[in-house]
Design a protein around this ligand. Structure first.
Ligand SMILES: [Zn+2]
Length: 331
């Protein structure tokens, strides 16, 4: 069983349902791991019909993959075991495949009909979950050495290419939860602060959005869930629970950022029917969010529920550049 340096069971917020068997105390890892043919009457009419079938309908064919990484996932210095190395490699794959990276907010704008297909065609969006310092600062990993931050990997890519580049960090809001998780999920170096949020947003490269108040993380002594149900965000299913996990989280982040977050990513990708069908659509003036993301592995389509937009997760939905190419080509 993976243990942290104090001998407690090690569980990363991004991978609570997984147990990779890594032993934290041996310094191996930060995270366990995870035709119809057209009907035509005669010759030329038939040809036109077939052509119409083959040509995608621009109002329906656009789909946008949203790719998710966890900056705390550093096991070894190779693609499959290191989300930082995977991101650096994947940005090149995206560019050489003829795709571009657009802000996640533009994907939501498109889904809401605020921008056209031309603004999102052949594009992907990139997100990071949990919001530890690995998203923004280069850090010296105890067993894998210096790790380039996700933010600096974006800057490196921009320096090499003139391509547009952008990502979104979904962060845990509660300072107490982050402080506790820094000790129980990492090595207690205070690597889970929020001092970087405003600088990241001001850079124009990295938006900071919301990943709940406390992730209902099982390593926390007390979570904002009335029955103390931990490790399952689907159990956040009352007004009182949602008020903390969504509205209070947004309020705290607004105080740090100078503006409230408008996008939400469900911890573990899980959501309750109450949150999706009642709280989020009916209490928007309280929580301020305009879209929420799961980890259902598919590209965002125009028909998707705005409160259940899908995302692909690295290590789970693709594990090699070739598998990423398949995701891109299917979109
Ligand atoms: Zn998470």
């Amino acid at each position: 069983m993976p243990l942290n340096k104090t001998g407690q069971r090690f569980v990363c917020p991004g991978w609570l349902d997984r147990d990779c068997g890594q032993d934290w105390r041996k310094g191996q890892t930060f995270c366990p791991a995870r035709v119809g043919l057209a009907v035509c009457r005669l010759g030329i009419t038939a040809a036109h019909g077939i052509m119409a079938f083959l040509k995608p309908d621009p109002s329906t064919h656009v789909k946008i993959p949203v790719l998710t990484y966890h900056g705390v996932n550093v096991i070894r210095n190779n693609y499959a075991d290191n989300d930082h190395l995977a991101l650096a490699s994947d940005l090149e794959t995206i560019a050489t495949s003829g795709f571009r990276v657009i802000p996640l907010s533009r994907v939501v704008d498109w889904r809401l009909g605020l921008t056209g297909d031309e603004d999102v065609s052949r594009a992907v969006a990139i997100t990071f979950d949990d919001g530890a310092w690995f998203d923004f600062y280069d850090l010296d990993h105890p067993s894998c050495g210096l790790q380039r931050s996700m933010f600096n990997i974006l800057k490196d890519f921009r320096a090499r290419h003139s391509n547009e580049i952008h990502a979104t960090s979904f962060v845990i809001a509660s300072p107490e939860a982050r402080s506790s998780l820094d000790k129980s999920c990492m090595i207690g170096e205070n690597w889970w602060g929020d001092e970087w949020w405003r600088e990241a947003t001001a850079s124009g490269l990295l938006d900071v959005e919301c990943h709940s108040w406390d992730h209902v993380h099982p390593n926390l002594e007390k979570v904002a869930q009335q029955d103390q149900a931990k490790g399952d965000f689907g159990m956040v299913k009352t007004y009182m629970d949602c008020d903390v996990q969504f509205a209070k989280a947004g309020e705290y982040m607004g105080g740090v950022l100078g503006k409230r977050p408008t996008l939400f990513a469900y911890p573990y990708g899980q959501s309750s029917g109450y949150a999706v069908n009642e709280y989020l659509p009916n209490h928007q003036s309280e929580h301020g969010f305009r879209a929420a993301f799961t980890t259902e592995p598919k590209a965002v389509a125009k028909s998707d529920d705005i409160w259940r937009l899908p995302r692909f997760v690295f290590g789970q939905d693709w594990k090699s550049p070739q598998e990423l190419e398949v995701i891109l080509q299917r979109s």
